[in-house]
Write a protein that binds this ligand. Structure first.
Ligand code: C2E
Ligand code: MG
Ligand code: MG
Ligand code: MG
Length: 290
C-alpha cells in the first residue's frame, strides 16, 4: 500500500482516474492503520433532560488523532470508511472503546447507574452477519449493561429493510439494547415499516431543530416527529440545539430529551468522566429536585 501511495504521488496529474483510485486505496489503508494503531479517540456528547438540563446519556462520537493533520472529526473520514468497508472495524473499535470507558464511569460513580450510552452504527455494520455476536462479545468483555446501550442507525437502514437486517435488529432489541433512528426526517421512512421495526428512539435531525424558530416547515417537521414518537411510544431526542429559544420550542412541543452545543459540546474522555462525577455526586449535583 505504501508502494501504491508512492506510485500515486509520482503520477499525480498524469493519470487522473488511476490517481483517484490509488488515492482512495492509500487513504483507506491509512485509516485502517489508524484503527489498528489506536489513533482513534472517542468523544462523548451529553444528552440532557430539556426541562432541567440533567444528564441522561452520552453519545460516542469518533475522532481521529492524526499524527500529521491533528484531531479530525468524522466529516473528514467517515464517508471514505463507509465506501471502503473500513467503517466495520472502525465501528467495532468505537463500540468497544465507548463501552469500556462508560463501564469505568459506572464503577467510579455508582449513582450514574441509569446513564445511557449511544453509539452510532453504520449501514455497513448493520449488514454484517456477525453484528449481533460482535455486540454481545463487546458487552461481555467490557461489562457494560445492554439495557443502558442505545445503538443509532440511519434512516437509510430502515428505508427498505431486508428480513436479515430486521432479524439482526430484533436480536439486538432482545438483548435489551435500544435502537434509535438517527437524523430522523432527512430520509423518507415508510411509517408502516417504522412501526413494525424494533426501534424505540427517534432523533430529530439538526437541520429541523436549527430552523425551528423561523422556518415554519422545519418547525412542522419537529412537531410531526414528536407526535409520531407519542403515537408509536418512542422516545424523541432533538439534536443540534444551539439556543435557549430552540430548547424552549422543543419543550413546548413535548420533546423531553436533547443534545446540542447550547447544553454541551462533545467532550474528550477526561472531561466526560469529570462531568459524570459532578452530575451524579451528592454534593456536586447541579440540578437538585426542587
Ligand atoms: P450524528 O450521529 O448525528 O452526531 C451529531 C453530530 O452533530 C456530531 O458531529 C456533533 O458534534 C454535532 N453536533 C451536536 N450538537 C451540535 C450543535 O448544537 N450544533 C452543531 N452545529 N453540531 C452539533 P460529529 O461528531 O462531527 O459527527 C458527525 C457524524 O459522523 C455523526 O452524526 C455520525 O453520523 C457520524 N459518526 C460519528 N461517530 C461515528 C462512529 O463512531 N461511527 C459511525 N458509523 N458514524 C459516526
Ligand atoms: Mg448519532
Ligand atoms: Mg444524529
Ligand atoms: Mg446528525
Amino acid at each position: 500500500d505504501t508502494a501504491l501511495y508512492a506510485a500515486k504521488r509520482a503520477g499525480r496529474g498524469r493519470f487522473e482516474y488511476y490517481s483517484e483510485e490509488l488515492d482512495t486505496k492509500a487513504r483507506e489503508a491509512e485509516l485502517r492503520g489508524a484503527v489498528a494503531a489506536d489513533e482513534l479517540v472517542v468523544y462523548f456528547q451529553p444528552a440532557v433532560a430539556l426541562a432541567t438540563g440533567e444528564l441522561r446519556g452520552v453519545e460516542a462520537l469518533v475522532r481521529w488523532n492524526h499524527p500529521v493533520r491533528g484531531l479530525l472529526g468524522p466529516g473528514a473520514f467517515i464517508e471514505l470508511a463507509e465506501e471502503t468497508g473500513a467503517v466495520v472495524p472502525l465501528g467495532t473499535w468505537v463500540l468497544r472503546a465507548a463501552c469500556r470507558e462508560a463501564a469505568g464511569w459506572r464503577a467510579d460513580t455508582p449513582a450514574a447507574d441509569e446513564l445511557r450510552l449511544s453509539v452510532n452504527l453504520s449501514p455497513k455494520q448493520v449488514a454484517q452477519a456477525d453484528l449481533v455476536r460482535t455486540v454481545e462479545s463487546i458487552l461481555a468483555e467490557t461489562g457494560f449493561p445492554p439495557d443502558r446501550l442505545t445503538l443509532e442507525i440511519t434512516e437509510s437502514v430502515i428505508l427498505r429493510p431486508d428480513p436479515l437486517t430486521i432479524g439482526r435488529l430484533e436480536a439486538l432489541r432482545d438483548l435489551g439494547i435500544d435502537l434509535a433512528v438517527d437524523d430522523f426526517g432527512t430520509g423518507y421512512s415508510a411509517l408502516s415499516y417504522l412501526r413494525s421495526l424494533p426501534v424505540s428512539v427517534l432523533k430529530i435531525d439538526r437541520s429541523f431543530v436549527t430552523g425551528i424558530a423561523d422556518d415554519p416547515e422545519a418547525r412542522s417537521v419537529c412537531e410531526a416527529v414528536v407526535h409520531l414518537g407519542g403515537a408509536f411510544r418512542m422516545t424523541v431526542v432533538a439534536e443540534g440545539i444551539e439556543t435557549a429559544e430552540q430548547a424552549a420550542a422543543l419543550i413546548e412541543m413535548g420533546c423531553t430529551i436533547g443534545q446540542g452545543f447550547y447544553f454541551h459540546r462533545p467532550l474528550p474522555p477526561s472531561e466526560a468522566v469529570a462531568l459524570v462525577r459532578r452530575e451524579f455526586s451528592a454534593v456536586g449535583r447541579r440540578h437538585q429536585p426542587s
